[in-house]
Design a protein around this ligand. Structure first.
Ligand code: HEM
Length: 146
């Protein structure tokens, strides 16, 4: 499954003006539905809210440049090992992300947009999970070509 970059950037632009309400909604949704992951996150939730959203925005802004996006995702994945994130957490985070985007996009949301975000989240999951596995195994960077 592939994603349509125009549908991703277009829907992100519709949601973005809602500002900090978006990430608040996202974490509430995530923790309400998955109380077990709450303990992984530290107390400074405001900071964390901005970071996740900025990371997502950075990805969306660079969708045309696969190399940049993959590099960002691999870096994120490698760091997430230290946060206690596990591959099995990704579906929960993805479900909350989709629910949040759907909520704030309102009537602008379509099945095609949902499909594109689902596909993009699949790429995020695969790329971050690979980097997490390599980091956990101590092999990250062994294929570094400079
Ligand atoms: C769409 C996928 C994700 C994105 C874009 C994302 C983004 C981020 C960013 C930008 C940070 C800040 C630190 C850094 O840059 O390394 C962070 C921290 C963190 N993330 Fe993620 N993340 C994602 C998925 C996940 C998943 C699946 C989990 C598992 C529960 C998770 C758990 C955490 C935790 C525990 C922290 C540290 C929070 C703290 O210091 O309190 N993330 N994430």
């Amino acid at each position: 499954m592939t994603f349509d970059p125009a549908l991703i950037t277009g829907s992100f632009a519709v949601v973005e003006p809602h500002g900090t309400k978006i990430t608040k909604y996202f974490y509430e949704h995530l923790f309400d539905n998955n109380p077990g992951v709450r303990g992984l996150f530290a107390r400074h939730m405001e900071e964390q809210e901005d970071r996740l959203w900025n990371a997502l925005g950075g990805m969306v802004a660079n969708l045309q440049d696969t190399e940049v996006v993959v590099r960002m995702l691999r870096g994120l994945g490698a760091r997430h090992v230290g946060y206690g994130a596990l591959p099995e957490h990704f579906p929960a985070v993805g479900a909350s992300l989709l629910a949040t985007l759907r909520h704030f996009a309102g009537e602008a949301w379509t099945p095609e947009i949902e499909e594109s975000w689902t596909a993009l989240y699949g790429v995020i999951t695969t790329t971050m999970s690979e980097a997490m596995a390599e980091t956990a195994a101590g092999t990250a960077g062994s294929t570094h070509s400079g």
